[in-house]
Design a binder for this molecule. Sequence first.
Ligand code: FES
Length: 108
Amino acid sequence: MARAKLAWADRPAAEFETSPAMSILVSVQRAGLPLRHDCGGKAQCGTCRVRLVSGRLSPMGERERLRLAAVSAGDGVRLACQARPGSDVELEAVMPLVRDSDAAQLKG
Ligand code: FES
């Protein structure tokens, strides 16, 4: 097991258990925490992007590399649905939890 810490722009950071046997996204979901994953974890949307602040993640596969190139992700950005922890990790969610269209509806 490993420990992970995830920070969001729009809510306080949280710590949770993770494992090399599961993706960061699955670990987040098992901890009952939110993280956008609009394609359901199939490396097709890029909404689960996280920035690695510290620690190590699994090597990047081809599907992940292609998706990140398509969304012009910067250095240190990974797909939470594809990356698995290689150590304790500290991450930042790239996308806000609320979609822009949802936020506009909430504002009226
Ligand atoms: S959930 Fe869509 S790319 Fe990860």
